[in-house]
Write a protein that binds this ligand. Structure first.
Ligand SMILES: NC(=O)C1=CN([C@@H]2O[C@H](COP(=O)(O)OP(=O)(O)OC[C@H]3O[C@@H](n4cnc5c(N)ncnc54)[C@H](O)[C@@H]3O)[C@@H](O)[C@H]2O)[C@@H](O)CC1
Ligand SMILES: Nc1ncnc2c1ncn2[C@@H]1O[C@H](COP(=O)(O)OP(=O)(O)O)[C@@H](O)[C@H]1O
Ligand SMILES: [K+]
Length: 504
C-alpha cells in the first residue's frame, strides 16, 4: 500500500534519501522536476504560454528547475521568484542560477512590490510557491499573490500540493489564501489533505509522480494512513483450490429488509453471492418471502414471524458470518433483536444502514458488538453514531476513535472510503466514481463484505478488498456506459469483471 506521510515525515524521508542513496538535494529537485516535465510535455504543446510562480524553498526550487527544462525544450516561459526575506534554500539558489543561465529567459525575482502580468485565459500557471514546508497560514504579499492566481482563468497546475494548503489538517486554514489548482502533480505519495472533500476545489485532479525516494526509508518511517491501489489486490486475493466445494466458502446469514425495503435485502444478497460465498440464508419478514425467493433464487430464505419487520434471531446453523442492516427499518423491536444477535453470535459480522441507526439510538449496543466486526456508515450514519460534524477531517477522527474504542472496523463511505482499523490504521480506497452516489450502492458493498468474510478473508482484508472491488466494478461499468446511468444492480453485474481484472 502507498503510505501517506505527514509533511515532517516527507522532509525526513527526503533527507534519508539524500544521505543513503546518496543523492545531492539539488539533483533530487532535478529528478522531481524532470518527472513533472515529462508528464507536462505529453499534455501541452509548445505554443502554450507558461507562467511559473516560485517560492523560496524547495517547492520553488522545483518550479525554477521546471521553468528551465521547459525553456530548453522550446516552451514560452515567464518565471517569477518570490523572495521577500532575501533568503533562498540551497536548492532554490542553485536552480535560480541554472535558470538564469538559460539564453532566452524572462525571469523576475520579486523582493518587494509585485506588479502582476496580464495572464491570458489559455495559458498555464505552474504553482511552486509553497509545498509541504508550509508552516503557517499565508498572509500579506503571498496571500495577495494567491488571490491573484485564483482570479485569473488560466489553467493552474500545482507542484506537489496547492500553495497555501497544509498537507494534513486545514480545519483552521483560510480558504481564501489557498491556490485553486486544476491539477496537482504530487511527488511520490498523496498528501492526507487530498482525501478530504473540502479540499477538492484546491487540488483539482491529482496524480502521483514517483521520484524514487528511498524504499527502505519508507519502511522505516511510520504512518497510520495508506492508499490502497491495484498492486495491493494481487497480494491479498487468493485463488480457489481445484477441490473447493460450496462448504469451503462458508454458509452465511443476512438479516435485512422490511415492507417497502426488500430491494435492499435482495441487492445485498445478490452482491454476497456474486462475491463468492458458498451458501447464503436470507432472513426476511414474512411479507418478503416471495420477493426473496423470486429475486434471489440462489439464497435460502428464513422467514420471521413478523409480517413487516425482522424481529427474531434464528441461529439454526453455525453461520460463517452474519450481516445485518440493509432495509431493516427503524422499529421498536430492532434494538432487542440486535442485542440478542450480539449475545448469541460472537464472530465478526457486518453491520450497516438501519442496524447502525438502531445502535445510534441505543448506544449501549456499541460495546456488545463482536470484536473485529465491520461497520459501514456513510457520513450521516457516522454522525448519528458519534456527534455532529460536517467536517470530513473530524469525521475521519471520529471513525478512527470508534474503531479503536470498540475494537471494530469502521468503513466511512465516500469518494475515498476510509477503512478505520482497531489498530488505528486507516486505508483509503482509490476506486469508484461519482456515479456510485446512487441508492443501493451501499447495500452492494455490505453484501460484498459478507461474501468475502464468508470466503474466509479476515476482516481487514475483506474490508480493503470489498471497497476496492466495489469501486472497480463501478469503474468498469462507467468505462462502457456513463456515471449517470449507473445503478446498484450495475455494480453487482460487474463484480465478475472486477475480480477478473484483479487477476489479469
Ligand atoms: N521530499 C520530497 O518528496 C521532495 C520535495 N521536493 C519539494 O520540496 C518541497 C518542500 O520544500 P521545503 O521544505 O523547502 O518547503 P517549501 O518549499 O514548501 O517552503 C518552505 C519555505 O516557505 C516558508 N514558509 C512556509 N510557510 C510560509 C508562509 N505561510 N508564508 C511565508 N513563508 C512561508 C518557510 O519558512 C520556508 O522558507 C516539496 O513540496 C516539494 O515540492 C522536491 O524538490 C524533491 C523531493
Ligand atoms: N463520489 C463517489 N466516488 C466513489 N464512490 C462513491 C461515491 N459516492 C458514493 N460512493 C460509494 O457508493 C456507496 C454508497 O453507499 P451508501 O451511501 O450507503 O448508499 P446507499 O445507502 O444508497 O446504499 C459507498 O460504498 C461509497 O463509497
Ligand atoms: K505548490
Amino acid at each position: 500500500m502507498t503510505p501517506i506521510f505527514t509533511g515532517s515525515n516527507i522532509s525526513e524521508l527526503d533527507k534519508y534519501t539524500i544521505k543513503n542513496e546518496p543523492i545531492d538535494g539539488t539533483d533530487l529537485v532535478e529528478r522531481a522536476a524532470s518527472t513533472f516535465v515529462n508528464i507536462f510535455k505529453r499534455k501541452y504543446n509548445k505554443q502554450t504560454k507558461i507562467y511559473v510562480f516560485a517560492g523560496s524553498g524547495n517547492n520553488g526550487a522545483d518550479a525554477l528547475a521546471i521553468a528551465r527544462m521547459l525553456l530548453n525544450d522550446g516552451y514560452i516561459v515567464e518565471s517569477y521568484l518570490f523572495n521577500p526575506s532575501n533568503k533562498l534554500s540551497i536548492e532554490c539558489e542553485e536552480h535560480k542560477t541554472r535558470l538564469m543561465h538559460c539564453p532566452i529567459n524572462r525571469f523576475t525575482m520579486i523582493t518587494s512590490t509585485f506588479n502582476p502580468p496580464i495572464i491570458e485565459d489559455n495559458s498555464i500557471i505552474i504553482d511552486g510557491i509553497f509545498g509541504t514546508g508550509l508552516n503557517r497560514q499565508v498572509e500579506g504579499g503571498f496571500a495577495a499573490l494567491i488571490k491573484f492566481i485564483n482570479s485569473v482563468s488560466a489553467t493552474v497546475i500545482a507542484i506537489d500540493i496547492p500553495s497555501g494548503l497544509f498537507s494534513e489538517s486545514n480545519m483552521n486554514n483560510n480558504p481564501d489564501t489557498i491556490v485553486k489548482a486544476n491539477y496537482t502533480y504530487t511527488f511520490e505519495f498523496p498528501k492526507l489533505a487530498f482525501f478530504f472533500r473540502e479540499n477538492e476545489k484546491f487540488i483539482g485532479k491529482w496524480k502521483i509522480l514517483p521520484i524514487g525516494l528511498s524504499e527502505k526509508g519508507k519502511r522505516e518511517i511510520k504512518t497510520e494512513y495508506f492508499l490502497v491501489e491495484d498492486k495491493d489486490m494481487s497480494a491479498i486475493s487468493t485463488e480457489r483450490s481445484k477441490f473447493s466445494h460450496k462448504g469451503t466458502f462458508g454458509h452465511s446469514l443476512i438479516i435485512a429488509g422490511s415492507k417497502g425495503m426488500m430491494g435492499a435485502a435482495c441487492l445485498s444478497a445478490k452482491a454476497a453471492i456474486k462475491t463468492g460465498l458458498g451458501k447464503l440464508t436470507l432472513h426476511v419478514p414474512s411479507c418478503g418471502y416471495t420477493i426473496a425467493q423470486t429475486v434471489v433464487p440462489e439464497a435460502m430464505c428464513q422467514v420471521d414471524t413478523d409480517e413487516l419487520f425482522n424481529t427474531e434471531i434464528n441461529l439454526d446453523k453455525d453461520y460463517t458470518t452474519i450481516g445485518v442492516g440493509p432495509g431493516l427499518g427503524n422499529y421498536p423491536e430492532g434494538a432487542r433483536m440486535l442485542e440478542t444477535l450480539f449475545e448469541k453470535y460472537r464472530k465478526p459480522m457486518v453491520i450497516d444502514a438501519d442496524a447502525l441507526n438502531i445502535i445510534a439510538n441505543n448506544r449501549d449496543l456499541l460495546r456488545k458488538i463482536p470484536k473485529d466486526s465491520i461497520l459501514t456508515p456513510h457520513p450521516g450514519e457516522l454522525e448519528r453514531l458519534t456527534t455532529f460534524s460536517t467536517n470530513s477531517e473530524e469525521q475521519i477522527i471520529q471513525a478512527q476513535n470508534l474503531a479503536y474504542k470498540y475494537n471494530i472496523y469502521v468503513i466511512l463511505k465516500g469518494a475515498y472510503s476510509a477503512t478505520c482499523m482497531p489498530s488505528g490504521h486507516v486505508t483509503f480506497n482509490s476506486t469508484g466514481n461519482p456515479g456510485m452516489a446512487t441508492g443501493g450502492s451501499g447495500d452492494v458493498l455490505f453484501g460484498m463484505l459478507v461474501g468475502l468474510l464468508s470466503c474466509g478473508y479476515n476482516p481487514s482484508t475483506a474490508a480493503i478488498m470489498a471497497n476496492y472491488i466495489h469501486g472497480l466494478a463501478g469503474d468498469i461499468y462507467v468505462a462502457k456506459e456513463s456515471e449517470e446511468s449507473l445503478s446498484a444492480s450495475d455494480i453487482i453485474d460487474h463484480i465478475g469483471l472486477a475480480f477478473r481484472q484483479l487477476r489479469d
